[in-house]
Design a protein around this ligand. Structure first.
Ligand SMILES: [Zn+2]
Length: 99
């Protein structure tokens, strides 16, 4: 749920945690009960976890220089040439018919 910041005419600032559909252009100040207007700030990127930061960095770098995969990952590889081939057979996946 997003947090919205408001400031009243007296200068009191406060945050309101509400669902987006309930957002109004003015909010009543909890200190002086005067109408307050919304204050726009920087996005709260610091609240993202490190994995989301890595994903955002990877997406940004990939936009200019795409990452190229030359062969499939070698997870479970036995070192056989067949395992290094992109057409290596894997248990549980039946071979597709060849034309
Ligand atoms: Zn106020």
């Amino acid at each position: 749920m997003p947090t919205y910041s408001f400031r009243c005419a007296r200068g009191d600032t406060f945050d309101v945690l509400i669902p987006m559909p309930e957002l109004r252009s003015t909010w009543t100040c909890p200190t002086c009960s005067q109408p307050s207007t919304r204050v726009y700030g920087a996005p709260a990127l610091a609240r993202l976890g490190s994995s989301r930061h890595r994903a955002a960095d990877l997406a940004a770098s990939s936009a200019e220089r795409p990452h190229v995969v030359r062969r499939p990952a070698a997870a479970g590889s036995t070192g056989n040439a067949a395992d290094r081939s992109p057409t290596a057979r894997r248990p549980g996946f039946p071979a597709l018919p060849r034309p």
